[in-house]
Structures are given as C-alpha cells and as structure tokens.
Write a protein that binds this ligand. Structure first.
Ligand code: SAH
Length: 271
C-alpha cells in the first residue's frame, strides 16, 4: 500500500478502444504504463488492455460495482497514487456514464482528464471496409440507440431520426432488433435496405460481420447467435465498395482548388 499523498493524483478517463488492445491510443497506453491503479469496465474492455500496467498496479474490474462504489474507489486511489485510470470501452463520451463519475470527483476536488478512444462505431466501419459518408448520398452520421430501459428523449425516436436517410450507428440495441426494424419501416426505409451488424468489432478472433437487409436482419442475427456487443448500422452507403459509379469527392476533383492544392484543370460551369 502506498502512502497518502499531500495532493490527490489525477484520475484519467481513458478510451480503451473497441476491443483490440492495439487500438488504444499511444497516450492511453503511456498512462497505463505509469498507472498506480486502474479501474476497468470488465464487460467489454479486454483485460489485455491492462497488460502494460506496471508491477504493483492495483487493477479492479468495475463489473460488479455500483457507480457510487466506482467513484469511491477512484477517489480513494487518487489519494495514494499520482496516476489513476478509468479504462472505458470505445470513447468515453459515448454511453459511458462519464458524468456520473466526473461529478463525484469534482465534488471531492480530485483533478481529472479525459483521453479519447476509438469508438466501436468507427471500428465497425473499418472491419467491414465501409464509409459512413459519400458525396451526394449522405454527409451525416447519427449515433443513437433504441429505447430500452433508457427512454429516448422526445424527437429522438429512431423513426424520427431515420427520416433523415443518413447513416445511423445504433448502439446498445442488438436485443431490440424487432423494435429497431419496425422504426426504420415506419420511417419509410425499404425492405431491401442494406444493414450491417458487427459483433465484437476488432476483437482478435471474435469479430463477426453480418450483412443483411431490413427484411431479414433480425432472423439472420438470431441464426448467427448474435445477441450482444454488436453495432447495428443502417446507411445508404453500405456496400459502396462494389458500386461501379461513385460520385467523387470534390476534395480530390482536379478542378477543385482548396487550401493545399491549386486546381490543375479549370472548373466546369455548373449546369
Ligand atoms: N463508448 C463505447 C460504447 C459503449 S455502449 C464506444 O464508443 O464504442 C456499449 C455498446 O457499444 C454495445 O451495446 C455495442 O452496441 C457497442 N459496442 C461496444 N464495443 C463494441 C464492439 N467491439 N463491436 C461492436 N459493438 C460494440
């Protein structure tokens, strides 16, 4: 046990990435290497993320803890260690109960910092070689979920958001596919609209990529036994890797001048 410090150490909320331990940031890894104590989210963050912890580092799984117990743990460790980590899955700003832990630390006068991480939404796109944005098709991404135990605020029902026809990254909803597909239908999405489900994106040896349509996604997930830890993506961009014609991004258009490059051919007049 280390001595109590005159000033509390800093609690770092670190995005551990989506599962592959190599997808933590260099900064996050450096913090693990000098951590005196690490509280990690056991249900999703691979324990391998703690493989760089120094000998003697106190490492605890928050799986069985309440939020009160977690903040008490962090405050108590900050009294003894210069560097204390809360390792969270993906990015801490998305569905991470960040403020529920930040507020008690603020109240206790414990300094804190946040280090971003690779969200599972981005890891899912990477796994499937997909893009969330395509010129002239959609330039908008919505991160959302279907109402489960947490109700959706008014106006944020999936059916309302889906009316935008943009890319939807739907978290925390793999057990609610009946409701999810009903809401996309209510927004007018076609039965053959492509859907992507990525289970354990980036987890070495465990990732599953399932391509389906609105009509069969629920059945296909059931057949594949996918019932947890999955990202559901609905987007008009899905499958664009194989499209013969893409509207090219203006950024790389030879007639387009921007800050870093002069146009090599004169722009055509807009018709
Ligand atoms: N902060 C996290 C999200 C935490 S909420 C992030 O930025 O990714 C937990 C939800 O995230 C899960 O229900 C699932 O929808 C998604 N998720 C987390 N890790 C995942 C992974 N490796 N593959 C697919 N989905 C994942």
């Amino acid at each position: 046990m280390s001595e109590a410090r005159a000033e509390p150490g800093t609690v770092w909320f670190v995005g551990a990435g989506p599962g592959d331990p190599d997808l933590i940031t260099v900064k996050g890894r450096g913090l693990i290497e000098r951590a005196g104590a690490i509280l990690f989210a056991g249900s999703l963050v691979d324990e391998a993320a703690t493989r760089w912890a120094p000998p003697g580092c106190e490492i605890a799984d928050s799986k069985g803890m309440t939020l009160d117990q977690m903040s008490a743990w962090l405050i108590e460790r900050a009294a003894r260690h210069e560097t204390v980590l809360r390792l969270q899955t993906g990015d801490p700003a998305l569905y991470g109960a960040l403020m529920e832990l930040v507020q008690p630390l603020d109240a206790a006068g414990v300094p804190l910092r946040v280090v971003p991480g690779v969200s599972s939404a981005m890891a899912s796109a990477a796994a499937a070689v997909e893009t969330f944005t395509l010129p002239e098709l959609t330039q908008t991404v919505i991160f959302t979920r279907v109402a489960g135990r947490t109700p959706m605020p008014a106006g944020e029902e999936l059916a309302a958001l889906a009316a935008h026809r943009c890319t939807l990254c739907i978290f925390l909803s793999i057990t609610l596919l009946g409701q999810l597909t009903a809401e996309l239908r209510a927004a007018g999405w076609a039965e053959d609209a492509p859907m992507l489900v990525v289970h354990k994106a980036s987890w070495p040896g465990e990732e599953q990529i399932l391509r389906a349509t609105l009509a069969d996604v629920k059945q296909r997930c059931r057949e594949a036994g996918i019932v947890s830890q999955s990202m559901v993506i609905a987007s008009p961009t899905l499958g664009s890797r194989h499209w013969p014609e893409l509207a090219k991004s203006k950024l790389y258009d030879p007639s387009f001048t921007h800050r870093f490059r002069r146009a090599s051919v004169p722009a055509q007049p807009e018709l």
